[in-house]
Design a protein around this ligand. Sequence first.
Ligand code: MN
Length: 133
Amino acid sequence: MQITRSSIATTKGPADWFTGDVYIDAVAAAPAPSRVSANLVHFMPGARTHWHHHSLSQTVFVTEGVGLCQRQGGPVEVIRPGDRVLFEADEVHWHGAAPDRLMVHLAINEGDDEHDVVVWMDPVTDAEYTAHE
Ligand code: MN
């Protein structure tokens, strides 16, 4: 039997980037020349990212709960475990938990010296967040 111990503390998603309570566990952060990183992100009910975009796109894979996501100009979509979402490069969007359910997703990002992993924008308002109801 071999157990690889977790050694990196869970971090709280900062209020500059998220609304509500979000907890982030680092999964992968390989050094250059790799530019991929992965995080397991736990959104408590009602929590969501601010509007943002990724210079080299982002894939999220839902592992638990019920979530919501939206690209700018599109409808709010419900996402569930097993769903995979590709946010294309520079596509403005948000993602998070449903109002009454937590949501966990694996987020796979890319970035390097010339490409920001994420560019943060304004919070998702309650009116925007509840537009699916
Ligand atoms: Mn994103």
